[in-house]
Design a protein around this ligand. Structure first.
Ligand code: PLP
Length: 466
């Protein structure tokens, strides 16, 4: 080791000296003593290794503080916001539905203040957690009673466990779904303690198949919305109304798992018409389950609506306590459901419906507006064009229906590897930009970029160049 290096090593300040340097004051203020000390230690270790390796590096306290600051700043929150330009509106890996402002405000209030979660303000005594959303759900679905749990997977689990523990759960072979995140109907039935009784075939199941399967051992009949796939061609299924009659004849409830489930007709938002929860209730199912954060546009939740008797049994199941939702989400759920009382303005207020309802023309105009600004941020190794693309609803909802959309298509003039590098760099931005690489281009579908966010989007891209 050269003399100059050993002397530099000797000049490395002590941790306490760096902490006492005037430059460290702001760091201590922002991050606290523990994190700042840790970062300074890391910076000193790095400087020591560099010097031992023969490199020259600055060793004044101010230099070490500078390095420590970079280390602290390089730890952004793991759950920080991203730009979802994948074209999938309800992207499960990006957190599905964005909440309406009213729901955000309600959640913030519930975090900041005590709330009458299980307190009856009229009587001054103990109240019920479900009361806050029960009446709204009854009003919006026409069901006699309702309850809410952690997510729809929990709703299905709870229904099966309540009515088919140690008994048979009758289901068509065409409806044994798997959805993302390892939710597989046979496994859920097993964990709920139900004996799965498969009827029919993959493509065709008839009323007689159900009738023959129901016996004294049967606990419930189940119908499952095949959310994320379609069986086409030579097919037959038994509709819910007929299944209700079959279940009634057997003296057991029918559980209809709608998956996404919607409280309003979505055809006005460019989405294919699907049965609403109200229709499923009208068909007579004893229990109907659906998600809070799919097409409904609220926080993660699982709703169970149905007859007073069935919901009563659900509420008496000790598992219900383990699957309940917290005050923050309950506040957001209540606020989201309230918006459904004014369906005419849902399209502006619920981000999910606002995004779904955007036309290709509007998105294309936005792409033209942003094209130059984006091109300026990425330099001349790439070309940026406006192209047509197809968005998806996502979360397994309506898998075959796409929405005509528009995108910025970024193509490298040279090697494809530069495209991968760009996608990687954009995932490391202060607010990561998530697009989709397809057909040799990085495709940024702008469906989920609100107009008000355009300046922030460009500023964020520009920050990547700094
Ligand atoms: C999405 C879905 C579920 C699970 O709902 P989560 O809210 O994601 O737990 C259950 N059943 C069907 C048919 C679904 O589409």
């Amino acid at each position: 080791m050269a003399d100059s290096d050993t002397s530099a090593l000797r000049r490395l300040p002590a941790v306490a000296t760096v902490l006492a340097a005037p430059e460290a004051a702001a760091l201590l203020e922002a991050h606290g003593r523990v994190a700042t000390t840790e970062a300074i230690r890391g910076a000193l270790d790095a400087a020591r290794s560099a010097l031992r390796g023969g490199a020259t590096t600055a060793v004044e306290p101010a230099d070490i503080v500078h390095e420590a600051r970079q280390r602290l700043d390089a730890q952004p929150a793991a759950l920080r916001p991203v730009f979802n330009l994948t074209g999938t509106v309800l992207h499960t890996n990006l957190g599905r539905a964005l909440l309406a402002e009213a729901a955000i405000d309600a959640a913030v209030d519930a975090m900041r203040h005590p709330v009458a979660l299980e307190f009856d303000l009229d009587e001054g005594g103990r109240g019920e957690r479900d009361d806050h959303v029960r009446d709204l759900l009854r009003e919006l679905t026409g069901a006699e009673d309702a309850t809410v749990v952690n997510n729809n997977a929990a709703a299905v689990l709870l229904c099966l466990n309540t009515f088919a523990l140690g008994r048979g759960a009758v289901i068509s072979r065409g409806e044994l779904i798997e959805i993302g995140g390892a939710f597989r109907m046979p496994d859920i039935m097993a964990r709920a303690g139900a004996d799965m009784v498969e009827v029919g075939t993959t493509n065709r199941t008839h009323a007689a198949d159900y009738r023959h399967a129901i016996d004294a051992h049967t606990g419930l009949v189940m119908k499952v919305h095949t959310s994320n796939y379609r069986i086409q061609g030579f097919t037959a299924e038994v509709d819910a109304r007929e299944l209700v009659a079959i279940a009634n004849a057997g003296g057991v409830p029918l559980l209809n798992d709608l998956g996404s489930g919607s409280l309003v007709d979505l055809s006005a938002y460019g989405v294919a018409r699907e049965a609403t929860v109200r229709q499923a209730v009208q068909e007579g199912a004893h229990l109907v389950t659906f998600s809070g954060d799919k097409l409904l546009g609220g926080p993660q939740a699982g709703f169970i609506v149905g007859t007073r008797e069935s919901i009563g049994a659900i509420n008496r199941n000790p598992l219900k306590r383990a699957l309940r939702v917290d005050k923050i989400r309950l506040a957001a759920i209540e606020a989201t459901l309230r918006l459904y009382r004014d369906p005419d303005r849902l399209g502006e207020r619920l981000p999910t419906l606002r995004f779904l309802g955007r036309t290709r023309d509007a998105i294309s105009a936005q792409a033209h507006r942003l094209r130059e600004g984006v091109a300026a941020c990425i330099g001349n190794a790439f070309g940026v064009d406006v192209g047509e693309c197809a968005s998806q609803v996502g979360s397994g909802a309506l898998p075959l229906d796409t929405l005509p959309s528009a995108a910025l298509m970024i193509r490298p003039h040279g090697s494809q590897r530069t495209l991968e590098a760009l996608a990687t760099a954009w995932r490391a931005l202060p607010r990561p930009v998530i697009g989709r690489i397809t057909e040799g281009a990085l495709q940024l579908d702008l469906r989920c970029l609100d107009e008000a966010d355009e300046p922030a989007f460009l500023a964020n891209l520009a920050a990547g160049n700094a």
